[in-house]
Design a protein around this ligand. Sequence first.
Ligand code: NDP
Length: 234
Amino acid sequence: MSRSVLVTGGNRGIGRAIAQAFLDQGDKVAVTTRDGGAPEGALDVRCDITDQEQVDAAFKLIEAEHGPVEVLVANAGVTRDTLLLRMSEDDWDSVIATNLTGTFRVAKRAAKGMLRLRRGRIILISSVVALLGSPGQVNYAASKAGLVGMARSMARELGSRSITTNVVAPGFVATDMTDVLPDEQKAAYQSQIPLGRFADVADVAGAVTWLAGDGAAYVTGAVIPVDGGLGMGH
Ligand code: NDP
């Protein structure tokens, strides 16, 4: 059955791979980004998730084209890394505004339609650093840890209407976000990963499509690690 799927931040990296995986399954996929460039076959919607009006307009368009969103993948996210004592309020606010408040805004709007449908799948893309912590990422780790509490609270609120809410927590994934890391740092991180490599974007997409599929109908409030074992025990 072809479902209405929304992937935020689906023009590159992990989000693009997720959008492509749903397209390959035959779903109707909408992708929201600030810059555009959705994969072929997806509805390409410009929407800055830090702006409520843009989010409302995007949902109107998606609902008109594809019907109410049945699967939401809240993937859009940013980093602004620096050590705590150098971190400005602007560094803090901008990361929280996108990763945490932006996700809240999109999830709230999607849940409205799912409650009417009495079904839905909400998947929030967090990170291994949410629970592990990461030097230079106080803002980012806090935003990603916040998604776990958000998802688990939503799982409790929405579960009675057959809406599941889960978190996927990737480790290091080879994308633009990690491309900027110095080579020595990448090697140091790899030495800590039991599987000995960074994830491919397809590794993350596989977990997301599973959570959105029939096989995961009874999974809610879970945090699924896709981190090669990096965060084991957390
Ligand atoms: P990229 O930097 O490659 O892509 C980020 C995406 O988010 C882009 O599509 C970007 O589109 C979109 N985006 C950013 N800000 C906004 C905004 N305000 N409104 C709408 N869209 C926005 O990141 P990755 O693919 O690496 O990461 C995707 C997600 O996975 C993020 O949430 C990230 O935190 C998480 N993650 C990544 C890991 C990694 O190692 N790469 C590890 C763990 C988690 P545009 O700029 O056009 O708006």
